[in-house]
Design a protein around this ligand. Structure first.
Ligand code: C2E
Ligand code: MG
Ligand code: MG
Ligand code: MG
Length: 275
């Protein structure tokens, strides 16, 4: 049935594929200037204590305010930025913005910033991150770097880099945990502090042992390894309650707040504080 398959198993004659590639190439070119043109914005999503809803930190999530396409999602442009290499500049811009913001808030929060696998292959990354902390006056203890499991499998250089971050007091979180391919044995040897339970496992919670299976297993593993666990994508009070009962301490999701512009964060997080 498949005709004219290209080397990547994609039909060369599928017009939607060609349109997609053209659009990607176009976005890739525009993305190269997005940082300089100040088109990237950073939203902040609260990370809360599941016991009492108290905000502990925020995750920095980038958006691209494209001149005529409007807001472009990171799920659309981060993979392109990875391919073109501009992810390095984007990642550092997000980090610097987030650190400045956190220092300005001075609200006792920490900030969690996503790192792409490609950034971990840049030997100067640790020095660059430390330079941002110095420039912004940010305490390394208030920074968490999020990486995905797949970035770490069998990559000695990346693992050494994480160890270097930790030696400076920066914490490391494994994002979307449970969706990658790392073996459990391997996990015990990674220099990490936090596991983030992927939201697909939170979505399975339904009050039954079967529904809780994976989240429960990750929480027990996390406890055994003395790691902190964060549950992503919490949308209902029932999910929050079940996670709390399973022993999860920190939660993130639309139930608490969507990713917010910087100027809305304090009023949502700390309603009692003067605004
Ligand atoms: P992530 O790091 O796993 O971030 C969590 C994503 O889940 C965010 O999507 C957030 O808006 C979304 N989310 C949070 N709570 C809920 C919920 O209750 N329900 C649902 N359905 N979704 C929820 P977002 O902001 O679109 O970011 C998508 C991904 O893009 C991130 O996934 C991360 O992998 C990547 N990303 C975002 N910002 C950056 C960045 O600055 N650098 C890098 N390298 N990647 C980034
Ligand atoms: Mg993340
Ligand atoms: Mg995540
Ligand atoms: Mg995720």
């Amino acid at each position: 049935q498949a005709k004219h398959l290209g080397t990547h198993g994609v039909s060369l004659h599928d017009p939607s594929m060609i349109d997609q590639r053209r659009a990607d190439a176009q976005l890739g070119e525009e993305l190269a200037d997005a940082v300089a043109n100040d088109e990237l914005t950073v939203l902040y999503q609260p990370l809360v204590d599941l016991a009492d809803g108290r905000p502990l930190g925020v995750e920095a999530l980038v958006r691209w305010e494209h001149p005529y396409l409007g807001t472009v999602s990171p799920t659309r442009f981060i993979p392109i930025a990875e391919r073109t290499g501009v992810i390095g500049a984007i990642g550092m811009a997000v980090l610097e913005t987030a650190c400045r913001q956190l220092v300005a808030w001075d609200a006792g929060l920490y900030v969690s910033v996503n790192l792409s696998p490609r950034q971990l292959s840049e030997p100067s990354l640790v020095q660059e991150v430390l330079a941002v902390l110095t420039r912004t006056g940010m305490d390394p203890a208030n920074l968490v770097l999020e990486i995905t499991e797949s970035a770490l499998v069998d990559d000695r250089t990346a693992i050494d880099m994480l160890a270097a971050f930790r030696s400076h007091g920066i914490r490391i979180a494994v994002d979307d945990f449970g969706t990658g391919y790392s073996s459990l044995h391997y996990l015990t040897r990674l220099p990490i502090d936090i596991l983030k339970i992927d939201r697909s496992f939170v979505a399975e919670l339904n009050g039954t042992p079967e529904g809780a299976g994976i989240a429960d297993a990750i929480l027990r593993l996390s406890q055994a390894l003395h790691l902190t666990t964060v549950a992503e994508g919490i949308e209902t009070t029932a999910q929050a309650a079940e996670l709390r009962e399973l022993g999860c301490v920190i939660g993130q999701g639309y139930l608490f707040a969507k990713p917010l512009p910087a100027d809305e964060v304090l009023s949502v997080l700390l309603p009692s504080s003067p605004s």
